[in-house]
Design a protein. Structure first.
Length: 283
């Protein structure tokens, strides 16, 4: 900022010097031509005032441009967010109820650009930590007593070799303008035969709620999936795992569809494609 002010000061000084030279030259020429006639003197006086007014206005415009440039740099040249505390707005920043957030999630289908987190949002490390926990719980549900999957992989080896990603985006409803911030997180493992085992999850940006989980484990996904599939997501939603027993299961051509009603009336849906993947979502 100091360098910018010095540069502006130097520009003003150079401009003022040139203007003074021009004014002196014009003044000498005008004085040489002025006769004793009163009307001539008045005319030149008005011309001088007009010229001076234009010069002053021009200098003020330059000054305003410099001030606005400094203010713009101060306001926008920052790669961070600032906390603003509203003392009279107690509770205004609290998350909406889960039922309301699920409704917004259901209607917001347009994904925006990846962005940085706000001060009251969960960090990327939090999102990755949660997707790791979901991945571990899910793998152990599909493993036998020795911790081995049906396809022969050790759960511990899969966990050690897995990689994790997470990015935060806003999802929009183009008609209503509503939006919801969601962490898109994934755990994946390069299995033998070129296959990729993975768990993709959509996580709330401010709570531990999970909006959806997609698990791709191929042959480990059997024709008659266990209701234990709901356990990781029910745990994240702080629901009793025993309510899985109330699920309604429907057979489909490629697997099953299951509907589970949560304590707040929200629905948890599971779609299972035998030999490929399982998809759970709130709706």
């Amino acid at each position: 900022m100091k360098r910018l002010m010095n540069k502006l000061a130097g520009s003003f000084k150079l401009l003022w010097t040139r203007l003074r030279k021009i004014v002196r030259i014009l003044y000498k020429r005008a004085r040489a031509r002025i006769d004793t006639d009163r009307s001539s003197r008045s005319r030149f006086a008005y011309l001088g005032l007009s010229f001076g007014t234009v010069v002053v206005a021009f200098l003020l415009v330059l000054l305003n441009m410099g001030v606005f440039s400094i203010a713009e740099r101060t306001l926008y040249d920052k790669e961070r967010y600032e906390n603003v505390e509203i003392l009279s707005a107690e509770g205004i920043a609290d998350p909406l109820s889960r039922a309301m957030r699920v409704e917004i999630y259901r209607t917001c289908t347009v994904e925006g650009e990846k962005r940085a987190t706000l001060p009251d949002e969960r960090s990327r490390d939090d999102a990755i930590e949660q997707v790791y926990a979901l991945w571990e719980q899910t793998l152990r549900l599909y493993a036998d007593e020795k911790g081995t999957l049906k396809t022969g992989e050790s759960v511990d080896r899969v966990l050690r070799g897995s990689k994790y990603t997470a990015h935060l985006s806003d999802f929009y409803n183009e008609e209503t303008g509503a939006k919801i911030a969601i962490w898109g997180a994934q755990a994946y493992y390069n299995a033998s035969g070129g296959r990729v085992y993975c768990l993709s999850a959509e996580l709330d940006s401010r709570t531990t709620d999970v909006y959806s989980i997609t698990v791709s484990l191929y042959e480990n996904i059997t024709e008659n999936p266990s209701l234990d599939d709901f356990t990781p997501m029910l745990t994240a939603l702080k629901e009793s795992t025993s309510i899985a027993n109330t699920a309604i299961v429907t057979q489909t051509g490629s697997g099953t569809e299951t509907v589970l009603t949560l304590s707040d009336g929200s629905k948890l849906y599971r779609t299972t494609q035998t030999g490929l993947q399982t998809y759970l979502t709130l709706g």
